[in-house]
Ligand binder design. Structure first.
Ligand SMILES: [Zn+2]
Length: 273
């Protein structure tokens, strides 16, 4: 399948280039609309820009377990060997990454088994920055989802619902994990009741958190992980860039590693807006 929008994008490019040559006649004849309006009339989603939803990963980037950070080793150098090569090592759940269903379930898809069709989805962004500013342990609730729907309409089927808590901008500083003196982390996450609503009433495909976990940081029971992933759905942690995308209307593309048996993996995630 073509990534949603690609036909339209190619069409749009061709149209922009061709407009100078052929467009004048069409305009004169009153037959030209925008490429977007024509594509939309044919049921094709279009996009004008690509937004990066990925944190840049460095060895300093915070991880859920402190010693899970990225390791980098220089294997060859241009000066000594004529070419540069590095080897990196990291836990699967490092930086912006996907949680595959198998991560919190006895059985389920590993990262290489997630169908590609399930990784190109409508993006819904729920803004809880105000709530999280007052309460670092904030949990995105069914009320937040209802408030989003009152403003933007019903959450589309098969969507990824992303939490914008304002946390992405805290990385890679200590405020991202926000550990207290006892080592307990304090950052927002999804309440399990919101996850339940998205599964049972909205047929959602994924949830994405701009913090280190789908659950809030002080959780020790991981209720949302245990409700969400065993249902066959995926999650994203440490998503970024949500300030630059609309609450509704973007298409999310999740590029995951195709490593056999993976429980997740560092991912390049983008939004087509
Ligand atoms: Zn994870």
């Amino acid at each position: 399948m073509c990534v949603p929008g690609c036909h339209a994008a190619i069409h749009s490019q061709l149209n922009r280039r061709g407009l100078f040559k052929a467009g004048a006649a069409m305009v004169a004849a009153g037959t030209v609309g925008t490429a977007a309006s024509r594509a939309e009339a044919r049921g094709i989603r279009v996009f004008n820009r690509v937004v990066d939803l990925t944190q840049t990963l460095t060895p300093e980037f915070p991880t859920y377990i402190p010693d899970w950070a990225l390791g980098v080793e220089q294997l060859t150098t241009f000066e000594a060997n004529g070419f540069n090569t590095r080897r990196y090592s990291m836990v699967e759940h490092c930086g912006t990454h996907i949680d595959a269903p198998i991560h919190f379930a006895a059985t389920g898809n590993t990262v290489d088994e997630i169908p590609l069709d399930d990784l190109v989805v409508p993006l819904v962004v729920v803004d809880v920055r105000a709530q999280a500013a007052d309460n670092a342990d904030y949990q995105l609730s069914p009320d937040d989802l209802a408030a989003w729907e009152a403003k933007h309409g019903e959450i589309p089927e098969g969507a990824c619902i992303a939490m914008n808590s304002g946390w992405a901008g805290k990385a890679p500083g200590d405020g991202f994990a926000n550990r207290d003196d006892d080592g307990v982390m304090h950052f927002p996450g999804f309440h399990v009741e919101a996850a339940d609503m998205l599964m049972s009433d909205r047929a959602a495909m994924g949830i994405a958190s701009d913090t280190l976990s789908l659950d809030h940081g002080s959780s020790s029971t991981f209720d949302t992980h245990y409700a969400w992933l065993p249902s066959g759905r995926w999650g994203i942690e440490c998503i970024a860039g949500l300030d630059a995308v609309p609450a509704r209307g973007a298409t999310m593309v999740v590029g995951v590693p195709k490593i056999a048996g993976g429980t997740g993996g560092n991912s390049r995630i983008m939004a087509l807006v």
